[in-house]
Structure formats: C-alpha cells, structure tokens
Unconditional design. Structure first.
Length: 139
C-alpha cells in the first residue's frame, strides 16, 4: 500500500502547483514558467534515475518504448496547454477542468486496459464530471 502514501504526497504537492504557477505568471510568460518548473522535474528525475541505477538506455529501446514516447508527447501537449490556460484564466475554472483528466484516465483504463468497471467506480466518474461542471459553471 506504499502507493497510497505516494498518492497523498502527490496530492498535497500538486495542489500547490496551480496557485504558485498563477502567481508566477502575473509577471512571467507561461512558456518560461513551464520550462523552469518542468525543467526542475526533468533534472530531479534524471538525478533519481542515475542515483538509483535505473536502466535508462534500455528503456529508450525497449519494445514498449513507443508508449513512453507517446505518453511524453501527450504530457508535453497537456502541460503546455495547462500552463497557457492558467495564464489566461482563473485557477478555480482551469484546475477543475484539467482535473477531469483523472476521470478520463480511469475511463481509458477501463476501455483499453480492461480494468473492471463496477457501479461505485462508474458513479464516481459521473459524479466527478458533475462536480467539475458545478464548480466551473455553477456561478
């Protein structure tokens, strides 16, 4: 259950990203802020891979490497669009819409990875959509 601890740390840390980014972009361009914040991520991840002796070069040529590259392309498009949305709009609208990616990922896992869809999970996805709609357009 170590993944729950990581998930909670991610929740707390990532919750601060949008507000901090929004403040930075009051005076700085979104693309510059994206480069610095994501550059920090890239450098820290490289250090972690090197420090833990993970197989980096083997991963680049692995039979599943095309999935890595596709995920990287999607991440790049998504993050750059997210930063531009934060620069242009309010955090209270942009973040909930972006947060629907969690429900969308769950749905993709169900459809393409044959994960089990049970009534509570389906209801949770539907309620997330309702919550985002209410939060974003509810006044």
């Amino acid at each position: 259950m170590q993944y729950l601890r990581y998930a909670l740390v991610a929740l707390v840390a990532y919750a601060a990203v949008a507000p901090l980014t929004k403040v930075a972009m009051r005076d700085l361009p979104a693309d510059s802020v994206a480069l610095v914040t994501n550059g920090m991520l890239a450098i820290a991840t490289l250090a972690l891979v090197l420090a833990t002796d993970r197989p980096l070069l083997a991963a680049l040529t692995h039979e599943r490497a095309p999935y890595i590259y596709a995920a990287g392309a999607c991440l790049t498009i998504g993050i750059l669009a997210y930063y531009r949305a934060l620069a242009a709009g309010p955090v209270s609208i942009v973040v909930p819409i972006f947060g629907l990616s969690l429900s969308a990922s769950s749905a993709l896992g169900i459809v393409f990875l044959e994960e089990t869809l049970m009534v509570p999970k389906g209801a949770g996805i539907a309620l997330a959509v309702v919550a985002v709609f209410s939060t974003t357009f509810g006044g």
